[in-house]
Design a binder for this molecule. Sequence first.
Ligand SMILES: Cc1cc2nc3c(=O)[nH]c(=O)nc-3n(C[C@H](O)[C@H](O)[C@H](O)COP(=O)(O)O)c2cc1C
Ligand SMILES: [Mn+2]
Length: 470
Amino acid sequence: MAYKDLREFIAKLEQEGELKRVKAKVDWEQELCAVAKLSEEQRGPALLFENIKDYSSPVLTSAFSTEKALALALGLPKETSLVETTRTWVKRSQTKIPPVWVETGPCKENIDRGDKVNILKFPVPQWYEGDGGRYIGTTCCIITKDPDTGVVNVGTHRMMVHDEKSTGIWMIPGKHIELMFKKYAARGERMPIAVALGADPVMFACSSAPFPYGESEYDYMGGIRGEPMQVTRGTTVDLPVPATAEIILEGYADPTESKHEGPYGEYSGHYQAAYPKPVFHVECVTHRNNPIFWGCTTGMPITDTHMIQSLNRSALLWSDLERMSIPGIVGVCCSPETGGYFTAVVSIKQMYLGHARQVATACVSVASGNYSTKLVVIVDDDIDPSDLGRVWWAIGMRWQPDRGTDMLQRGRCSPIDPSLHMGDKNYTSRMLIDATIPYEWEEKDRPQIIKLAAPVVKKVKERWEEFFPK
Ligand SMILES: Cc1cc2nc3c(=O)[nH]c(=O)nc-3n(C[C@H](O)[C@H](O)[C@H](O)COP(=O)(O)O)c2cc1C
Ligand SMILES: [Mn+2]
């Protein structure tokens, strides 16, 4: 069921008509991003750029920019809806399958160490004009180990190229890599780091997902793939790296060092300002022959980043709600339009008084939803939470502001939120909207939904061509 590597996923996308090869020459400086972004605005397919100025190896973009690609990444039919793909993730993530160790793998077909290290041997794009540099880390999977417990974390963090041998890494406070980095700092040690670029699609999907601290993303990848990940020991660091990845970067970050990183065109659709961040020193690069550099766009919605974060954050919120033993969760969607952050819509089958408010308050309390969520909307089970038109309809027709609204203060915010003042990104306020029909309303008092009579619909469908001859 699982893809062995990124190449198998590319082959599947192509077979399903969801990938185009771009053979015309493209400049890695802004032009590649512009082609990808404009294609994504038309909800276009994945793009494999085969002819990049100054380079001989290809770049993959837009691999996750549609619902179809996300469904295919999980091995589902491409027609599967976003909520259904999310439900599959939730179900599969209940089984954790640890990785298996292999002696070596194609990721070590080429090994560069010492003076030979040059991360710009790959066609790393300058995505947007205002970016502070070329970003090698977009679809990256950053692998680190907790120095106390040995638990391995995998996370996606943007990485700007400083020079041929170093990058920045943005570790937002509270993210797992940042918690680990503080532990290394307390010990006065450097943190060993490995970065997989171009791993199999589920690895990237899990790397950017907020799984609980202390649990390894590798185990969840196995569960969601339905097969264990194959890992091999890094060439110079004692970390498990995915054996079939296209590129592995190895090195360290020193807690006493930082360097200006940014700006970066973020998924908020705004630039995120530059400030000092930890530095990743690359001491070894390994890669496959003719490595495929996989990158993803950010910026105004909807891009890969919006789609993948919507899938994995919705799935994690759904799992968290179920883990709290809250019944009746029918669907969860942290909308792609807001990048999977800031908003959450949950559809529920109401089962008792106070159920809707229980779900709303839980959404901003559990680990996944607590981070950055400003607006929670609870709807009844006849509303698809990913259908913004229907959600808006429910707000218009079922929500009463005085009965159905709560405001909360001093919540955990995201530093990316452009609605917070540049100098004050400490807390966010939140609003909970209950747009359900009150549970206690008796059947006779409930608003009657207009539905076409089933036998009439059946007959009309049978006679459709009579009404509208071809
Ligand atoms: C393309 C992309 C770029 C991201 N960049 C960052 C980043 O620069 N810093 C950050 O803290 N989180 C970033 N994230 C979000 C993290 O990947 C996400 O919060 C993840 O859960 C972090 O791993 P952790 O749960 O092990 O802490 C990014 C996600 C994506 C999809
Ligand atoms: Mn983690």
